[in-house]
Write a protein that binds this ligand. Structure first.
Ligand SMILES: Cc1cc2nc3c(=O)[nH]c(=O)nc-3n(C[C@H](O)[C@H](O)[C@H](O)COP(=O)(O)OP(=O)(O)OC[C@H]3O[C@@H](n4cnc5c(N)ncnc54)[C@H](O)[C@@H]3O)c2cc1C
Length: 411
C-alpha cells in the first residue's frame, strides 16, 4: 500500500513542528519525519539558547511550563560600556519546548515518525516532487512536501531551491552554567536579563551572550561566521570551543562558575539573503530558507512565523476546488514571508555586516550613542529603518563605510 498524506514535513524543529500543528488543526493529514529517535529527542538538535519574547509565546500558544526564566531587560555590552533596554523576554528549556510542539501537534492529529532520516525527493516524470525517500529505501508520498530540516536541507538543496553557502554559516556553542556572578560590580545587572556582547577579543566577527536562567545560573555562549571578518580578528587554529573556554576563564563573572552536568548546546545557521523558498508542490521553512534574523540570531520566532505562512499557503491551495499546488499557486508563501516573517531583510543584513565589521572601539561608542538617542532608535534600526541607522552613524565612520562598500563590490 502506498503511504500517502496531504503534507509531509521533514524535521521536527520549531518550524516543522509548528507547521504540523497549524495544518493538523485545520484537519489535514500531515506527517513529520524526524531523524532523531523519540526516547532521546531532542539530542543533537537540542542546540538553542532559546531566548524569545512574549509576542512569540502568545501568537503560538506556548505554555509557561517550557520557560526556564523570564527576563526584563536586553543588555548590549561592548568591551568597556553597556546599554540596557527594558524588553521583557523568556528563556525557554529548548528540549521541553520542542517536545511540547510535538505532543500538541499529535493531539491535534499530526503523525510523527522518529528515526526517519529524509535523504532525497521522489520526482514524477516531469521532475516535480511527489514524495520523499527516507532511511535508505523507504518511500512516502504527499501532495505537498515541506523541508524544515534546518541547515541540513536535503530536499531543498536537491530541488535547487536553496543554496546555503558555507561562507555564510554561523557556528555557535553554549554552556549551561551555575555559580555565575550575575550582578558583578563592574558590569550591568544581568539577574533578569538577556545580554549580548560585541567584542572581537571574545567572539571575533560575532558576539557572545549570557542569558539568565536563575539567580546564579545562565546560558553562556558564543557565535561567529567563519568569514574574512572573523579571520581578521581571530587567532589561527583557535576553535569556537576554545573561544568560549577562554572567555569563561577570563571574565570575572565566571570566577566561581561551573558548567551544569556538562550541558553543551551547539549548532549552526546561515546568515544570508534568502533566494527562492518554493517550487511546484514544495516549500522550505525555518533555517532551511534561512529565516533566522541575521543580526541577533533570533530564529525560533521567525522560523515559526515562516511555518505559519507555509501552512496558510497550503490551506489556501488545498481549499481551492482544483487543489492547485504548482509553483505559481504556492508563490503566495514568498509574499507572506517577505511581508510577515522578515520584512526588510536586505537592510538588516547590511546592518549586520556593518556591525560585525566595526572595531572594538566603535562598539564602545555605539553603546554611548544608544544611551543618548531616543529609546526606540535601536528598535527601529533593528527593523531596518534607514533613518534610525543613520542616527547611529558618524562622520568618523567613513573609513568603515568605505571598507564595507569595497567588500560589497568585491574590489
Ligand atoms: C547555539 C545557538 C543558540 C541559539 N539561540 C537562539 C535564541 O536564543 N533565540 C532564538 O530565537 N534562536 C536561537 N537560535 C536559532 C534557533 O535555534 C534556530 O533558528 C531554530 O532552531 C530553527 O528552527 P528550525 O525548525 O528551522 O530548524 P532546526 O531547529 O534545525 O530543526 C531541524 C529539525 O530537523 C531534524 N533533521 C535534520 N536533518 C534531517 C533529515 N535529513 N531528516 C529528518 N529530520 C532531520 C533535526 O533533528 C531537527 O529536529 C540559536 C541557534 C544556535 C545554534
Amino acid at each position: 500500500m502506498v503511504d500517502r498524506y496531504d503534507v509531509a514535513i521533514a524535521g521536527a524543529g520549531p518550524a516543522g513542528a509548528q507547521c504540523a500543528r497549524d495544518l493538523a488543526t485545520r484537519g489535514y493529514d500531515v506527517v513529520v519525519l524526524e531523524t532523531e529517535s523519540e526516547d532521546e529527542f531532542p539530542r543533537q538538535s537540542n542546540k538553542s539558547t532559546a531566548g524569545t519574547f512574549p509576542s512569540m509565546m502568545s501568537s503560538f500558544g506556548i505554555p509557561d511550563d517550557v520557560v526556564m526564566s523570564y527576563t526584563d531587560d536586553v543588555v548590549l555590552e561592548s568591551p568597556n560600556e553597556y546599554y540596557e533596554s527594558y524588553q521583557p523576554g523568556a528563556v525557554l528549556e529548548f528540549a521541553e519546548f520542542k517536545r511540547f510542539l510535538v505532543a500538541d501537534g499529535r493531539e491535534n492529529g499530526a503523525e510523527y515518525r522518529f528515526d526517519a532520516r529524509v535523504s532525497r525527493p521522489i520526482l514524477d516524470d516531469d521532475g516535480v516532487i511527489e514524495g520523499v525517500r527516507y532511511n535508505g529505501d523507504e518511500e512516502l508520498y504527499a501532495d505537498v512536501v515541506i523541508d524544515a530540516t534546518g541547515p541540513a536541507a536535503p530536499i531543498a538543496s536537491a530541488l535547487d531551491v536553496v543554496d546555503l553557502e558555507r561562507e555564510n554559516q554561523a557556528i555557535g556553542i553554549e554552556y549551561e552554567m551555575e555559580g555565575v556572578e550575575m550582578n558583578h560590580p563592574e558590569y550591568a545587572d544581568l539577574r533578569r536579563a538577556m545580554m549580548l556582547r560585541l567584542d572581537h577579543d571574545i567572539a571575533p566577527g560575532g558576539y557572545s551572550w549570557i542569558f539568565a536562567t536563575g539567580e546564579d545560573t545562565a546560558k553562556v555562549g558564543i557565535c561567529y561566521i567563519q568569514n574574512d571578518r572573523h579571520r581578521e580578528f581571530a587567532e589561527a587554529g583557535k576553535t569556537v570551543d576554545g573561544y568560549l573556554d577562554d572567555w569563561v576563564n577570563r571574565d570575572p563573572r565566571f570566577a566561581d562558575a561551573e558548567q551544569i552536568d556538562e550541558k553543551v548546546h551547539r549548532g549552526s545557521a546561515h546568515i544570508q539573503m534568502p533566494d527562492r523558498m518554493h517550487t511546484d508542490r514544495f516549500l522550505a521553512i525555518g533555517d532551511t530558507v534561512p529565516s533566522i534574523d541575521p543580526l541577533w540570531g533570533e530564529g525560533i520566532h521567525t522560523g515559526m512565523k515562516s511555518a505559519r505562512a507555509a501552512a496558510a499557503t497550503v490551506d489556501r491551495c488545498l481549499t481551492d476546488s482544483e487543489r492547485r499546488l504548482d509553483a505559481e499557486s504556492l508563490a503566495v508563501y514568498e509574499r507572506l514571508w517577505h511581508r510577515d516573517v522578515a520584512p526588510r531583510m536586505r537592510a538588516r543584513l547590511m546592518l549586520t555586516r556593518l556591525l560585525y565589521l566595526a572595531p572594538n572601539e566603535r562598539y564602545d561608542r555605539f553603546m554611548r550613542d544608544l544611551r543618548q538617542t531616543e529609546e526606540n532608535t535601536l528598535e527601529k534600526a533593528n527593523q531596518g529603518d534607514k533613518g534610525a541607522m543613520a542616527k547611529l552613524l558618524h562622520l568618523s565612520d567613513l573609513p568603515l563605510l568605505t571598507k564595507f562598500a569595497r567588500e560589497r563590490l568585491n574590489v
